[in-house]
Design a protein around this ligand. Structure first.
Ligand SMILES: [Zn+2]
Length: 348
């Protein structure tokens, strides 16, 4: 190998280096840059092949060519790195622009629900009783005639049955007209003392109007212990009314009649609209009926398996429909069942 061959090889290295730098500089994206890298700096590149001349050169010429190739490689690699960074940054920026999210755009609205006013009332009332030490029970909506009427001191020919006509499934099985059968169910299941509230739907065969429905909610209450008096009944129900309606609402008890309590009382609350003066909402009475209550009839205690000589108790029925209407000034019961969002949204 002659001196001329060495000069040729050095020229070749310079030309390859310049071509490589040119290709790298003009690479438009990382793909083109990778092609330039393979061509000029890869293991099978022409520059690598120049090195194979090395063995054919006189030993004195070898270091010059080696140094020239290494220097060319260094420059090419430096250029590849710099171009790679520039292209990478540009491509990242392009991708970010393309995938850009405008976080200020309004999002998809999720309609937010709220508790139905009746359910809210039921929960509020149950929470009040729980704070007073009452347990919550539930009973079947399909009930035996025996539990719904007979054990509650309402025999088959009793006139009270006419007031509570219902839907019969068989001769002796019906949709319960009241939650009161649970007084017996609870007494049959637990020895005294008892403090329990039983919420649930009840049914009546009635034409629907502004204040009547064929299905409505009721909360039954029963307290049996030694020495329970009418004073306990009045104190308990008055406290519940004050906690639910506010301490300023006056309440009163009027004598009444129910077959399964003796004595019986109807509880009234001052009209929220006229504060007792009398107005159209309260039929000019000043008072509105809240629900029935009374001391548990000795016959019912016996039917429940309790000894009326040893224990006494009081029972009551609360109508959450009525409580809700009186708390919020709602005049038509049917609004609760129509699912009219304009009505329901007021309770959010
Ligand atoms: Zn009034």
């Amino acid at each position: 190998m002659s001196h001329d061959s060495a000069v040729d090889a050095l020229d070749r290295v310079d030309r390859l280096r310049d071509a490589a730098l040119q290709a790298i500089e003009s690479a438009g994206d990382t793909k083109e840059l990778e092609a330039a890298r393979v061509r000029y700096a890869g293991r099978k590149s022409e520059l690598s092949r120049v090195m194979s001349f090395m063995g054919k050169l006189p030993p004195v010429e070898r270091p010059r060519l080696g140094n020239a190739v290494n220097a060319a490689k260094d420059r090419i690699e430096g250029a590849l790195r710099a171009r790679g960074e520039a292209l990478g940054a540009r491509e990242l920026e392009n991708r970010l622009m393309a995938e850009r999210l405008d976080v200020t755009l309004p999002g998809t609205a999720f309609p937010r629900g709220c508790e139905h006013p009746l359910l809210k009332t039921v929960r509020d009332i149950l929470a009040i009783f729980e704070q007073m030490g009452y347990a919550i029970h539930e009973g079947p909506e399909v009930e035996w005639d025996r539990y719904n009427f007979e054990l509650l001191n309402i025999p088959p020919d009793h006139p009270a049955r006419d007031m509570q006509d219902t839907f019969y499934l068989t001769e002796d099985m019906l949709l319960r007209t009241q939650t009161s059968p649970n007084q017996l169910r609870v007494m049959h299941a637990h020895p005294p003392p008892i403090r329990v509230v039983v919420p649930g739907f009840v049914y009546r065969n009635e034409a629907e109007d502004a204040s009547h429905g064929d299905q409505f909610y009721q909360i039954e209450g029963l307290c049996v212990d030694t020495d329970i008096s009418l004073g306990d009944l009045k104190g308990t129900l008055t406290e519940v009314a004050h906690r639910f309606f506010g301490p300023d609402r006056r309440t009163r008890f009027r004598p009444s009649y129910f077959p399964f309590t003796e004595p019986s009382a109807e509880m009234d609350i001052e009209c929220v609209v006229c504060k007792g003066a009398g107005c159209r909402s309260c039929g000019y009475e000043g008072w509105l009926e809240l629900g029935g209550s009374g001391m548990v009839h000795p016959h019912v205690l016996v039917n429940g398996g309790y000894d009326p000589e040893k224990v006494s108790g009081f029972a009551f029925g609360i109508g959450p429909d009525r409580y809700t209407m009186m708390k919020y000034g709602i005049t038509d019961l049917r609004l609760f069942r129509e699912n009219d969002l304009r009505f329901l949204r007021q309770f959010v």
